[in-house]
Structure formats: structure tokens, C-alpha cells
Design a protein around this ligand. Structure first.
Ligand code: ASP
Length: 728
């Protein structure tokens, strides 16, 4: 009896605090949010009738989130989200990576061609319109064609005669469709970034790890045309006046306080069947980990000793290392959480619910079996695609450069030589080459090729590898990395900046002739063609069939299980909520919910170079020169944990308290949470946020850029008797 009571209590407690889910802002779990301490209304969070918190949130650069923190267009996002921009502005003379960058007035802000931020104006359920003309008897191909055509009409209907963009997105594998109406700004300037020793404090040692002390933030500013509309960079542009910016709670959060994270999580895969999880754990992740481990060993060694190489490869190293470490943690987490067994249990349970219902058995009786069977059938081609993506997009860079050049040359083929458009493409060829060579090191790239090529071969099933025996010089040993690399990297015209630019600017015809005989150009084309001819179609077929079944699978899960059902993340705007709290992730280990500046000094004292800090930060600590940015106990809080369900893409998302005030900046998850894109465990999964007061402390006290803090709206919530919701 006693045991039953304890079991019931555990069940109640965990469901009471269960915080799984990334909710569409128009379909919030509002009662639960309010029960957990939120004072906001649905309209405060998302409204089309007046300003709301959504108007302070932007999709930053497509892969991250940012938020408006002043009425002059100032955006806060992660350091790692702005990193490639800081890197691009850096040189040996202006080493912003080491020294940080701070615009002391608006004229010093730096423009970032190509960078965009996107506001969401409206989210509209258009399921009925999009599915008009689709019948239960339609094949997947017919269904997709109708959906595509209907979506175009829907988008057109809503955005015609406006400057907005529209996109119809599928949710729950196409059970629902929402139209997302967007406003996209393109004049985005860099305002401030701390040195890497603060913004990336802890480096790869601490990435995905708690306790954490990273000041992972950077500042940008949106500029608009004088009438407040999106405009490309121009001198007459003005700082954008947003509909809403987030006020800052200078008292921060206490353990147990409500928090929510509002942003654009990229992709999650929570509803997969167990064979899919097996594929990820046993095939895809090990291959990707192996390739990246090899690349990183080469890049890291090269970056340590030479400053110029460090600057060139900083952003590229991060691009490779972040997911590398995540996948290692993901596999460990899924394994120790017995994810495959749990999925099987779930499937057995759902199967018996289906079998107990005579109205469902015919349509859904064999669904789970079919899904698992189809998953196995697709493993080889899915792996071939994953290998291609990994090798081509994250491996030797020269292959990507080559295909980029090929694309431009192909466009030129259709144009009259010397025409205006033709000349524009010549200019593009020059720009592309210049920016590629700025950060390229041939010997690093060659070593990467040498090391990854054998993996490309050994991991792929024979049906999907590329035959390169037609390339002169490699015919006898085309699966041997060292020999192939030596041939390719000794005779290609793509490797030498001056030579290549000269070719572009003397004769495109001659350049093309030379490229046709160039071994790297040939390999790049062969690899790409092998993917498009041999892999892409089969993969797409497998995915279409699988997604079709997943649509039924998510539908029936939603029907038969009582829990509120949320659609997997798909880079659309979502709200996650939970509270500021630590966890007990492993035997004998407890994570406290927050860290302080003292911890930075302790880590620095270990001598690990990932914990190097600027002298000034040490002095601010020893002098206790903290200004108004302290906790109640007089310390500087640096990072805190929360039970908000987040994913990649939530990087830079605001952590907002129950009154709509900014308290932190989301940037990572703990080691045990790296599995949460596939399986979320509410007891141990935690997101990591920088305390907003640490951000302000660094801006004001470290960087002497207090003028930026002056732009913001700071509120001492405890002093104003009752915190007001100040959204509307
Ligand atoms: N740091 C993470 C990322 O790189 C954010 C997350 O996945 O939680 O995407």
C-alpha cells in the first residue's frame, strides 16, 4: 500500500513539473503555464491586434534566435550566433576575437552583408485550404503536388501587395499546416561582442556541460529605411523602432521561478520509431563522430600555434565541433536512458490501444510494424546521404568551393559574353574566390581530405560510393586517402589564389577548359553527380513514404494518448516553459541551478587554456567592482539552468520570467540533455542560460559601453510592489 502511494506521488510530481514541449504561440498550454507561475495572458505572448512579446523576437540569420532589448533596434543574441560575423571582421591588426568589439557610437557599428533577421507577423492555421483536393486515396506524390500548389495560392492570397514574405509549414508530418507571415530585415550591424575568452569561456571543454560560466552573447542592431520598412544597407537608414522590446528584470530569477524560452528551435525527432533511433545511435552518429573527430584533430593542432590560422579557422572549427560533441553526448544519453527499449514499450502500448478499438484496427493495425520495417529498408540510402552531407559540407572545403564556382560558370553559359549580367557573374566569381581564400589553408585541407576519404569509403555501402577511376593519376588507388590527396592537391588550379584570380580575369573560356581537366573539379562534380543521380532520388522516395506513415503515426498518437501533444520543432516560432532549476543527472551528482563569477576564477586557476580570462575580468572580480549587477548576496550570477525544452536554433532565445521580463539568454543544454532532440527526460534535461545581469555587467563594467545599457529598460521588480505585466 505504502509503495503504491509513493509511486502515485512520484507520478503526480513528475507530471506536475513535466516540461516537455515546444508550443506554437497560437496554441499554448496556457492553463498549465499560469498554474506554474506565469502572469501573462495568451495575448501578451502572441497577438495580431496589438504589440506582444512575439514582436520582440527575431529569427537571427536563419539558425538562431535574437531579441529586441531597446527601442532603437538593439538585438541580443548568442556570441556563438554572431561568431562568424565577428570572425569575418577580424584580422591580425583588428583581432576582435581576442579583444572583443564594441561600437562606442552608432557610426562605429559594422555592417554584415547577407545577414537577415526575421519577425513573425502572423501564424495562421491553413490546414483546410492546403489540403483541399487531397483525398484518402491520393498517393503521397499526388498529395504533395496538391499541397505545393495550394500553398502557393495561400501565400499569395495573404501577402499580395505587402512587403511581407509568406511560407506554409507542415506540422506533425503534414497533419496540420500553418502559414507564417514574415517581415525580413537586411541591414543588421554588429554593435558589440566580448572577447572569445568571455563569449566562448570554457571552449570545447565546457561546451554542452554544466557547471557553466560562458558569457555567450553579442549585440547587433536592426536598421530600417526612414519609414521603418526593411531596406538593404544604406547611409540614410535609421535604427529600427520595434513594436515591443523586452524590459529587463534586474532582480533575476530565483530557484523555482517560472521561466519560458521564446524562439526558433531547429529540428527535433521525438516521435520516431525504435528502428529509427537504432539507426541514429548505431550508424549515423558513429560515422559523423568519426569524420568530425578526424577533422578537428587536424584543425585544432593547426590553430594552437599560429595566430593567423586561429583567426582563419575559428568559425569553421566551431561549426564542426559543436554537433560533434553533442552527438557523443546524445548517444551516451540515449543508451543510458534505454531509449530503444522505451520506444519499443511505447509502441507495444500504442499497438494494444489500436487493437482494442475495432474502428482503428483496419487502418492502423500494421502501421507500427510497417514503420519499423521501412526504417530498416532505408538505412543504407539514409547513411549514404548522411555520409555525403558530412564529407561534402563539413569535410575538405575545396570541394564545396569548386561546386560553387561550377554553379556560377553554368549560369554564365546561358548568357552573352560581356553582357551586364555576365559581368556581374564575373564579379561574383572574384568575390567568392577572395572570400574563400581569405580563410583557406591548403595543407590543413589536404590533411582533412587524406583522413576523411577512407571513412567515406569504408562507411558507404558499395552501391553508393563514387567511382573516381576516371580522374588521371588516381586510377590505381582510388580508395587510398594519401595517394588520392597527393594527386589532387598537387595539380589543381583551384588551390592558388593569385593563379585562379588571374584565370578568372583573363579568359573564362580558357578557365573552363582547364577546369574540365582539373582533378579536384572533376572529383567535386563526380561526388555531387553521384549524390544527385544515385542517392538523392532513392532517399527522397524513402523519406516521402516514411513521412507518409509518420503522419498517420503522429495522428494516432495524438488521438489515443491523453498527454497534450506538441509538433516536432521545424524552425518555426515556439514557446517552451519550465522553471529555474537544477537536476540530479547521474549517480552521486547534483547540478545546482546557478553559477557565479567566483567559478570563472576557480576554473581559470586550473591552468586549462580553455579557461583563460582577460586580466580586466580578474581585476573586476578581485576589486568586487560589480556595479548594480549583483545578486541579493552581492555576487555576480553568470549562468543558470532551467527545465525549458530547447534545441539548436533556440541559441540566443530570451529566457523570460512570469511577467514578460528578460532574465537570461538561452545558449546550451547540459551533457545529459544532448539526447533531448530525440527523447526528452523531464527529470534531467536542462537548458543553460546566461544571466542577463552578467551580460549587462560585461557591457558596462568590462567594456565601458554603458551607453548601450542606457538604451535598455531596466526594472527592479522587487522594488515595484507588484510586478506589472508591461507588454501591451
Ligand atoms: N548550444 C546549442 C547549439 O549549438 C543550443 C542547443 O542546442 O541547446 O545549438
Amino acid at each position: 500500500m505504502k509503495n503504491r502511494f509513493v509511486a502515485l506521488l512520484v507520478l503526480l510530481t513528475s507530471s506536475l513539473f513535466a516540461s516537455e514541449g515546444m508550443w506554437i504561440p497560437t496554441l499554448l498550454n496556457l492553463d498549465d503555464m499560469q498554474a506554474k507561475g506565469m502572469s501573462l495572458s495568451a495575448e501578451d505572448i502572441y497577438s495580431i491586434n496589438h504589440s506582444s512579446i512575439k514582436d520582440a523576437i527575431v529569427h537571427f540569420g536563419g539558425g538562431c534566435t535574437g531579441e529586441l532589448i531597446s527601442d532603437q533596434g538593439l538585438i541580443l543574441t548568442n556570441y556563438h550566433c554572431g561568431y562568424s560575423r565577428v570572425q569575418a571582421h577580424s584580422s591580425l591588426e583588428n583581432d576582435y576575437l581576442t579583444d572583443g568589439f564594441w561600437a562606442m557610437n552608432k557610426d562605429e557599428e559594422l555592417s554584415n552583408p547577407g545577414l537577415k533577421v526575421t519577425f513573425i507577423k502572423q501564424i495562421i492555421d491553413v490546414t483546410d485550404k492546403v489540403l483541399e483536393g487531397v483525398f484518402p486515396t491520393s498517393t503521397e506524390e499526388e498529395r504533395n503536388a496538391i499541397i505545393q500548389a495550394n500553398s502557393l495560392l495561400v501565400v499569395n492570397d495573404y501577402i499580395e501587395n505587402t512587403h511581407y514574405k509568406g511560407e506554409v509549414k507542415a506540422f506533425n508530418y503534414g497533419n496540420e499546416y500553418h502559414l507564417i507571415i514574415k517581415e525580413i530585415f537586411t541591414d543588421i550591424r554588429l554593435v558589440g561582442a566580448p572577447p572569445s575568452a568571455i563569449g566562448k569561456f570554457g571552449g570545447d571543454t565546457d561546451n554542452w556541460v554544466w557547471p557553466r560560466h560562458t558569457g555567450d552573447f553579442s549585440l547587433f542592431r536592426i536598421y530600417s529605411s526612414p519609414d521603418g520598412k526593411p531596406a538593404d544597407f544604406a547611409a540614410e537608414n535609421i535604427p529600427f523602432i520595434p513594436l515591443h522590446h523586452l524590459p529587463i528584470n534586474m532582480d533575476g530569477v530565483n530557484e523555482g521561478d517560472f521561466t519560458m524560452v521564446y524562439g526558433f528551435p531547429g529540428s527535433t525527432y521525438e516521435h520516431l520509431v525504435h528502428k529509427d533511433v537504432e539507426y541514429i545511435m548505431n550508424q549515423s552518429n558513429p560515422m559523423r563522430i568519426k569524420m568530425r573527430r578526424n577533422s578537428l584533430a587536424i584543425i585544432d593542432a593547426a590553430m594552437i600555434n599560429v595566430d593567423a590560422t586561429r583567426i582563419k579557422y575559428a568559425a569553421k572549427q566551431s561549426r564542426i565541433s559543436n554537433a560533434y560533441k553533442k552527438w557523443i553526448g546524445q548517444n551516451l544519453g540515449l543508451d543510458s536512458f534505454e531509449a530503444i527499449a522505451k520506444k519499443k514499450e511505447f509502441e507495444t502500448d500504442l499497438q494494444s490501444k489500436i487493437e482494442n478499438d475495432t474502428t482503428l484496427i483496419e487502418q492502423y493495425g500494421s502501421l507500427i510494424n510497417e514503420l519499423n520495417k521501412m526504417s530498416i529498408e532505408g538505412w543504407d540510402v539514409h547513411l549514404a546521404r548522411d555520409i555525403f552531407v558530412e564529407f561534402y559540407y563539413y569535410g575538405p572545403e575545396i570541394l564545396r568551393f569548386s561546386i560553387g564556382i561550377d554553379n556560377l560558370l553554368a549560369q554564365m553559359d546561358t548568357l552573352e559574353e560581356g553582357s551586364e549580367h555576365y559581368q556581374l557573374l564575373v564579379e561574383k566569381l572574384n568575390n567568392k574566390s577572395n572570400s574563400f581564400f581569405k580563410n583557406y589553408d591548403k595543407s590543413i585541407d589536404e590533411k582533412i581530405f587524406e583522413s576523411l576519404w577512407p571513412i567515406y569509403y569504408s562507411e558507404n555501402s558499395n552501391d553508393y560510393t563514387v567511382d573516381i577511376s576516371s580522374i588521371k593519376g588516381v586510377s590505381k588507388s582510388w580508395n587510398d586517402g594519401t595517394t588520392v590527396a597527393a594527386t589532387l592537391y598537387s595539380s589543381s588550379i583551384l588551390l592558388n589564389k593569385e593563379g585562379f584570380l588571374k584565370e578568372i580575369n583573363s579568359s573564362i573560356k580558357k578557365l573552363k577548359k582547364k577546369l574540365d581537366k582539373d582533378p579536384i573539379y572533376q572529383l567535386s562534380k563526380l561526388l555531387y553527380a553521384n549524390y544527385t543521380d544515385n542517392i538523392k532520388g532513392e532517399y527522397a522516395m524513402s523519406k516521402t513514404r516514411m513521412d507518409g506513415l509518420m503522419r498517420h503515426y503522429t495522428f494516432i498518437q495524438k488521438e489515443l494518448n491523453n498527454d497534450p501533444f506538441w509538433p516536432d520543432a521545424n524552425s518555426t516560432l515556439r514557446v517552451s516553459y519550465g522553471k529555474a532549476e537544477g537536476s540530479t543527472p547521474r549517480d552521486g551528482m547534483t547540478y545546482k541551478y546557478a553559477t557565479t563569477l567566483d567559478g570563472i576564477i576557480q576554473k581559470n586557476n586550473t591552468g586549462n587554456t580553455d579557461f583563460t580570462i582577460p586580466d580586466k575580468l580578474r581585476t573586476l572580480h578581485s576589486d568586487k567592482n560589480y556595479g548594480k549587477y549583483t545578486n541579493e548576496d552581492g555576487k555576480i550570477s553568470v549562468c543558470f539552468l532551467g527545465s525549458n525544452h530547447t534545441s539548436g536554433g533556440n541559441s540566443g532565445s530570451p529566457a523570460i520570467d512570469g511577467n514578460g521580463y528578460l532574465v537570461g539568454l538561452n545558449f546550451d543544454r547540459t551533457w545529459e540533455s544532448t539526447m533531448s532532440d530525440i527523447m526528452y527526460n523531464p527529470d534531467i534535461c536542462r537548458n543553460i542560460m546566461v544571466d542577463i545581469r552578467y551580460v549587462l555587467f560585461i557591457i558596462d563594467k568590462y567594456a565601458d559601453a554603458g551607453h548601450l545599457v542606457d538604451e535598455m529598460t531596466l526594472i527592479n521588480v522587487s522594488e515595484s510592489k507588484e510586478a506589472e505585466v508591461i507588454v501591451l
